[in-house]
Design a protein around this ligand. Structure first.
Ligand code: NAD
Ligand code: WQD
Length: 338
């Protein structure tokens, strides 16, 4: 299949571009490099040993998007092209709503105009909100989000659901990711956050490489076995494999379906610290600090549906995630910047 990856130069998109190509699909990337760079695509090309067609463009620009659709006989779209920093979304809600909602509408309109009917969407566990207890099932009612980023995902899920109800040719697969970490085992592509990382694993790897002095664990007094928050960390290569299955699944059906992509196993922040130290034979400087506003104590998936519907389950363990995250960081201390 020919698959358009909107936001395909980013962290999850670049790993998915690699995996889709290796699975025999043809990938076309459109990205404005707002939070990424062309170098990531060039490295995917190096790893797969072939060229990947890519366009530098804003997905909100429907004129350019239409040209890209006309130049390529696209079968399926995966929409990764979002702004994703939770804290920034509180400060810049208008930018977040504009970018995340508009990119979705542009893609839907352009797909309809070009007779493309398969859509896979990067949603997030954040849409379950605080009302639902883990393990989180796709059948649960969506919850109340605590920040504009989360609401954009919530709203985009609604827009895509309504669009699929109104158009019986449309197939929409909403993938709710849990906490992606890790990198391709080569260490050539990985997560390259701008500025001070918000997420745990890049903060851990930047501490280990000496960019940050120490990790602050946000809260040690939660109602969990060791007092630190638990999450469902998933290797980005497993997540990428899940997209290959989702693209193939989208082509076999119509309507909207929701699928969690997680492992179903919760790990605490201290579990991550200790697993990272053990996998990489190093010591990490850390301290326990105050809680971070908005954090849930526990968040993990029930991962049964992905197995039943997609025939997919995560294969890589926590040691793999810690080893591959570190392999990427130590080989690229400044990310894609030389
Ligand atoms: P990322 O920032 O690395 O990738 C997003 C890509 O989209 C970037 O390359 C960025 O330049 C591009 N982009 C943004 N707006 C664009 C626009 N208007 N036009 C063209 N390109 C645009 O993020 P990621 O971690 O790879 O996440 C991919 C998707 O998955 C996002 O939608 C994110 O919200 C979602 N998601 C991520 C996580 C996570 O923890 N990484 C968890 C759940 C969901
Ligand atoms: C994980 C754990 C922190 C940094 C966020 C978004 C979510 C999704 C994934 C996109 C938490 C703790 C972190 C640090 C720490 N993204 N932590 N010190 O909060 O589960 O989810 O990213 O959809 O929507 O909210 O991930 O990586 O920020 O935090 O102790 O310096 O690590 O408190 O328990 P989170 P995270």
């Amino acid at each position: 299949m020919k698959v358009l990856l909107a936001g395909g130069a980013g962290y999850i998109g670049s790993h998915t571009a690699l995996t889709l190509t290796e699975a025999g699909h043809e990938v076309i990337i459109v990205d404005n490099y707002d939070n990424s760079c062309e170098e990531a695509i060039l490295r995917v090309e190096e790893l797969v040993g072939k060229k990947i067609k890519h366009y530098e463009a804003d997905v909100k620009d429907t004129v350019t998007l239409d040209k890209i659709f006309k130049e390529n006989d696209i079968d399926c779209v995966i929409h990764f092209a979002g702004l994703k920093a939770v804290g920034e979304s509180v400060v810049k809600p208008i930018e977040y709503y504009r970018n995340n909602i508009d990119t979705t509408l542009s893609l839907l309109e352009t797909m309809r105009a070009n007779d493309v009917h398969n859509f896979v969407f990067s949603s997030s566990a954040t849409v379950y909100g605080a009302e639902n207890d883990s393990p989180l099932y796709e059948t649960m009612k969506k919850g109340t989000c605590t920040n504009p980023y989360g609401w954009t995902k919530w709203m985009m899920e609604q827009i895509l659901t309504d669009a699929a109800h109104a158009d019986d040719k449309l197939s929409v697969v909403l993938l709710r990711y849990f906490n992606p970490i890790g990198a391709h085992e080569s260490g050539r592509i990985g997560e390259d956050p701008t500025g001070i990382p918000n997420n745990l694993m890049p903060y851990v790897t930047q501490t280990a490489v000496g960019i940050r002095d120490h990790l602050t664990i946000f809260g040690g007094d939660y109602d969990t076995p060791d007092g630190t928050c638990q999450r469902d960390y998933i290797h980005v290569m497993d997540l990428a494999d899940g997209h290959v299955k989702a693209v193939e699944y989208a082509a076999t059906r119509k309507g909207v379906d929701i699928i969690n992509l997680g492992t179903g196993t919760p790990y605490s922040v201290l579990d991550i610290v200790h697993a990272f130290e053990k996998a990489n034979n190093l010591k990490l400087k850390y301290e326990i600090g105050p809680r971070r506003a908005g954090d849930l104590a526990v968040c993990y998936s029930n991962a049964d549906k992905a197995k039943e519907v997609l025939g997919w389950e995560a294969k890589r363990n926590l040691e793999d995630m810690c080893r591959d995250s570190w392999n990427w960081q130590k080989n690229n201390p400044n990310g894609y910047k030389k």
